[in-house]
Design a protein. Structure first.
Length: 289
């Protein structure tokens, strides 16, 4: 049996490609990911397919991810400029001090310890361990390198955006006398914990959705990922390690990068599907792959 980045070459229960293959990964909670209903989506699918014909599907995927990463960096720079203008104009930032004050009023020794333990899950030690463990389990169960590629790409982009954002702004964190130790001293914008939580939880949810046929299971999976990302961001504000606007922008940047990674994978799946014998061409309505 031949193994490659998609997995087994045998036919699986949901299409060509077998366990971990493009035929099986083509569906997420019953939705066909190779069907593009918008004109930009169909155009992007055609362009990536042509690159795939010339260079191979994996090269096309990597190129798409690189272009997406450049777009994400541009989005980070733009967000930094908008963020600076908003904070100077006292817009959303007007919530920063009141929300921090509310967090301080809710603290207690027990609650502080619980929230600190939870926020450590999304830290520079906890998150790599969590993401790496899930990645290995998914890769082994599916006999595929695709979970590794998607997880590493998502995490690398998230880290790059965090570093770039901190360099662009260099905002100071809330005062130490209003934070819960252990203290953090790096730049405050954006919240790396919050950005990484959105991206990692989102990509894990996406990988799980690829093997779920039930709409109910899909809703539960997405809800769990959203709750994790939301509470991780809230924990940063509660502990006084970040301002609310640091978390808010991190959520939006993380969601944007997650969408780019998922779109790149969908384009890859579309290109692979079109290579299969009997695959239909795009229809004018965009309902066929």
């Amino acid at each position: 049996m031949k193994h490659n980045i998609e997995g087994s070459s045998a036919d699986g229960p949901r299409g060509p490609g077998g366990p971990g293959g493009p035929g099986e990964d083509r569906y997420a909670a019953g939705q066909d990911l190779t069907r593009w209903k918008t004109v930009p989506g169909r155009i992007a699918a055609r362009v990536v397919h042509r690159i795939s014909v010339l260079l191979g599907p994996h090269a096309a995927l990597v190129i798409t991810l690189v272009i997406g990463a450049l777009a994400a960096l541009g989005l980070t720079a733009a967000s930094a400029e908008i963020y600076e203008a908003v904070t100077e104009g006292d817009g959303v930032a007007a919530l920063d001090h009141p929300l921090l004050g509310t967090a301080v009023s809710l603290r207690s020794p027990v609650l502080d310890s619980v929230v600190t333990a939870y926020t450590n899950i999304g830290g520079p030690i906890g998150m790599p361990i969590l993401a790496g463990s899930i990645m290995v389990v998914l890769a082994l169960r599916r006999r595929s390198w695709m979970p590794v590629l998607l997880m590493v790409s998502a995490a690398a982009g998230s880290l790059l955006m965090t570093i770039a954002g901190k360099q662009f702004i260099g905002r100071s964190r809330p005062p130490l006398n209003e934070a819960v130790p252990p203290y953090e001293y790096s730049a405050s914008f954006p919240s790396g914990h919050s950005l990484n939580a959105v991206v990692i939880a989102g990509i894990v949810a996406y990988l799980l959705l690829l093997r779920q046929n039930s709409r109910r299971a899909g809703i539960i999976t997405i809800t769990c990922a959203a709750v994790f990302a939301f509470t991780m961001g809230v924990s940063r504000v509660f502990l006084g390690h970040h301002w609310f606007t640091d978390v808010l922008v991190a959520w939006t940047l993380g969601a944007a990068w997650l969408a780019l990674v998922i779109t790149a994978h969908r384009l890859y799946l579309t290109s692979r599907h079109r290579e299969q014998p009997g695959a239909l061409k795009d229809s004018p309505e965009g309902t066929s792959p």
